[in-house]
Design a protein around this ligand. Sequence first.
Ligand code: ADP
Length: 270
Amino acid sequence: DERQILQFQITLYGDDERLLMARDITRLHRLEQMRRDFVANVSHELRTPLTVLAGYLETYNDHADQLPSRFARGLTLMQEQTMRMQNLVNDLLLLSRLEIDHRSEDAVPVTVDELLSAIRRDADSLSGGRHELSIEINDQRQLLGSEQELRSAISNLVFNAVRYAGEGCHIVLRWNSCAKGACIEVEDDGEGIDPVHIPRLTERFYRVDKGRSAATGGTGLGLAIVKHVLLRHDAHLEIESHPGKGALFRCVFPEPRLVEANDDHPRVQR
Ligand code: ADP
């Protein structure tokens, strides 16, 4: 619409001096909207052809014994890359949906220990027993939010720990009280991350090691998704890490998002 969007900035110079600046960001806002629409439309259009490709490749794979053996490697590669593209398209669509609105609509009380147990089961099967995963619950309150979005965000953190921490590592999922409210923490004792990368980790497609990340099947959008899900829950992400000393991802939820667990609240459907 034709509304003008202004951004205000107030700078304090001392006790009695301050500067108010107003900037017209209407054009910037429109460009950002165009970018979001474009990405969402392209991702949506790519879904059908990719589904057709994946379907036929699966059929060929079912009849692989009838194909000349020199095609076997190519078929496997095509299947892997098609799945990678499908993951990318799904993550792009999810991200553009999360970006449209900064507030989660379908907030219900989520029982965090059940949520973390479900994520651990998925992570256990992904890890194939190469990591030890444990859960610590130190807060009995429930979290008001979208169970689906929270599951997708925390799964991204746990799957990252499984993929990057290295074999034999210990991964802990925690629900803790903290000064600002309560936090879900995902901590591993793996390879860690150089702190210079930390401020940029939640940018789309930012990776510490591009080759390694692509090889693990990541889309480069995992932490951007986490950041947007948390924004929609009035929460934020804190990251602490050092090379060789593991990594800690902390999702901090403010008090208004927490409710005492009692039977009057509707249970989260699973
Ligand atoms: P990707 O699809 O590449 O995993 P993410 O946004 O999920 O994208 O993560 C961004 C980068 O952060 C990864 O490429 C990886 O280098 C780094 N990273 C994330 N989690 C961890 C972790 N637990 N340990 C070490 N590095 C990590």
